[in-house]
Design a protein around this ligand. Structure first.
Ligand code: CUA
Length: 318
């Protein structure tokens, strides 16, 4: 079910399938051209060996060969160009054939992805997450792209080609996943020191599972249940954490760093830098620079008890 293959040649939806189709047209046309060119080179070599004296005169036969060679080349390039344009048009007009049933805003940051699920009818049902996108199967989804800093590029190879996130501009594209599973995506435009650690995961699931995930994300953070978690919440609010991170339901609403309302439900920390375990989380909070040098999150000087309580609290935020 789950797949870690990150390959544009294993499309899992109509948009990526169209791109893979174009790839194979280019592949076979170029392969045929290569074979023909090599055949001519070999033929010329054999012929040259037979005629010890080269016939360098400009014969009408040679002129015809050059003209037809040029014509075949131009026609071949026009065919490839036409196929390219047709693919671009198909991908760009997908929404006209299959209107989007879900709209998601993706904001690029150095070096993570902010993901908004806006709800125009009931704004309080909107929610924000990071580095993980969930979509229902067989459903056209619109991704709107923006960036908070530099140029990034969102690439989920099994679902779509690359699309840049450009300052001051709103780009978009449409995806649809027809296979249940997870699809890895990543930033595909060099955006600084941790460009390589700017990945995300798209989970395509049955509509019921998606609805469950969505309603869980729409609820505020759980209330601390144990004294440890209660102390951890106080650490969160008094330490620098709340200056950058939002946790819906408590007095922390900063948006500089990833929203942590449901941080424990996510699989990785630091946009795919490390697996989200208790140990990794503690190390990440103490000094994120070890796992992700250059990350915007500064080291935190907490006592072992404070760190333990804080991790217990964050781990409860399913
Ligand atoms: Cu963001 Cu590369």
């Amino acid at each position: 079910m789950s797949s870690t293959i990150q390959s544009a040649l294993h499309p899992a939806g109509p948009q990526a399938a169209r791109i893979a189709h174009l790839y194979w047209i280019f592949f076979w046309v170029c392969f045929a051209v290569y074979v023909i060119v090599v055949a001519f080179v070999i033929a010329a070599y054999i012929r040259g060996r037979r005629n010890a004296v080269a016939d360098s005169e400009d014969t009408p036969g040679m002129r015809r060969a050059v003209i037809s060679g040029a014509a075949i080349t131009i026609v071949t390039l026009l065919i490839l160009m036409g196929a390219d344009a047709a693919t671009g048009r198909d991908i760009g007009t997908f929404a006209q054939r299959e209107p989007a049933q879900l709209e998601i805003d993706v904001v690029g940051h150095q070096w993570w992805w902010e993901v908004h699920y806006p709800d125009a009818l009931v704004p309080s049902h909107s929610f924000v997450t990071a580095n993980e996108i969930h979509i229902p199967l067989h459903t056209p989804v619109l991704l709107r792209l923006a960036t908070r800093d530099v140029i990034h590029s969102l690439w989920i190879p099994r679902l779509h080609g690359k699309r840049d996130l450009i300052p001051g501009r709103n780009n978009k594209f449409w995806i649809q996943a027809d296979e249940e599973g997870t699809y890895r995506g990543q930033c595909a435009e060099f955006c600084g020191m941790q460009h390589a650690h700017m990945s995300l995961v798209v989970t395509a699931e049955k509509p019921e599972a998606f609805a469950r995930w969505k309603s869980q994300q729409q609820t505020g953070a759980v209330t601390p249940a144990t004294p440890e978690q209660q102390r951890g919440q106080q650490v969160f609010l008094s330490a620098p954490c709340a200056n950058c991170h939002n946790i819906t339901g408590i007095d922390a609403s900063a948006t500089l760093g990833p929203d942590l309302t449901h941080v424990a439900s996510r699989t990785t920390l630091g946009a795919g830098s490390v697996i989200n375990t208790r140990d990794h989380l503690a190390r990440w909070i103490a000094n994120a620079q070890v796992a992700k040098p250059g990350a915007q999150m500064p080291p935190n000087d907490l006592s072992p008890d404070e760190l333990n309580d804080l991790v217990a609290y964050l781990e409860s935020l399913k």
